[in-house]
Design a protein around this ligand. Structure first.
Ligand code: HEC
Length: 266
């Protein structure tokens, strides 16, 4: 009897802990934004994504790479070829081929290159970031649950740590980061990037713009995918209609009490 009771108590404890932890982990409610790219017909907000690219160049690229995104993919955001060449030339990249002595060849970026890492390797990146590694951001909006809202929330989530919270040396409190202590200091704040088009230079606007850019980077084919969806749906509905009519026609004689096939003397 005692045994059964012990097991019951243990089970209850395990379930409470399991569900309790799950609830605590899930309880950070992300900020919800309306994104133009959401929904089955969503498209990219190009002016916002272009401003986001400016933020990436001026702020984020000093620590983060976009190793799966080629400069030439910027054409999808409405940049002309010569602008893309100029953007690429702002960066230095290691050529795929060595020089005549077999050493690394460093040259200016070209449209065919991916947006390079600002550090030679992971150790160098960690050394300049207090041991933390700034991850590649090419797929960040897809690598995190509710990615765009998460990125927006993270960028705007640097708040005063609640009283009694211990934020370790070199860490920063962020409401939306798992565990709340993040090695990245708030990269954005009001007025940090100067916009040419008169858009408000506020933290919220910056967070919205960088998210639009990084979501384009993560899914440059989103619009094509959405554009394909409509004809596919129309075709499916058409085929449902055809199937219904054919079905009705085939079974009509049976429903009217006539047989379909006539054998021999029937
Ligand atoms: C001074 C260097 C630095 C700059 C500038 C910087 N970051 Fe970071 N970032 C880091 C480091 C370091 C980490 C790793 C943090 C950690 O693991 O605690 C990080 C992590 C991140 C993450 C991952 C969070 C997660 O869920 O794991 C995102 C997203 C991010 N940065 C976005 C940005 C964006 C967008 C910008 C530009 C607006 C930016 N960062 C600018 C250093 C930087």
């Amino acid at each position: 009897m005692l045994k059964a009771k012990t097991i019951l108590v243990a089970l209850t404890a395990v379930t409470t802990v399991a569900f309790g932890v799950g609830a605590a982990g899930d309880s950070i409610e992300m900020k919800k934004k309306e994104w133009q790219f959401d929904g089955p017909f969503g498209t990219f907000d190009r002016p916002a994504a272009q401003r986001g690219f400016q933020i990436f160049r001026e702020v984020c690229s000093s620590c983060h790479s976009l190793k799966y995104f080629k400069f030439r993919n910027l054409s999808g955001l409405g940049y002309e070829d010569d602008m893309i060449k100029a953007f690429a030339a702002e960066y230095e990249v290691v050529d795929a081929d060595p020089d005549e002595y077999g050493d690394e060849k460093i040259r200016k970026g070209e449209p065919k290159d991916a947006i390079p890492a600002p550090f030679a390797n992971e150790n160098a990146a960690r050394a300049s970031n207090g041991g933390a590694f700034p991850p590649d951001l090419s797929l960040i909006t897809k690598a995190r649950a509710d990615g765009p809202n998460y990125l927006f929330s993270l960028m705007t989530g640097y708040v005063e740590a609640p009283v009694g919270t211990d934020v370790p040396e070199g860490m920063h409190y962020n409401k939306y980061f798992i565990g709340h202590n993040i090695a990245m200091a708030s990269p954005l704040s009001d007025g940090i990037v100067t916009y040419e088009d008169g858009t408000p230079e506020t933290l919220d606007q910056y967070a919205y713009d960088i998210t639009n850019f990084l979501h384009y980077v993560a899914e440059p084919k989103l619009e094509e995918r959405h554009a394909l969806g409509l004809p596919v749906m129309m075709f499916l509905f058409f085929m449902i209609g055809v199937t219904y009519l054919v079905n009705r026609k085939i079974w009509k004689p049976v429903k009217e009490g006539k047989t379909l096939w006539h054998h021999g003397d029937d």
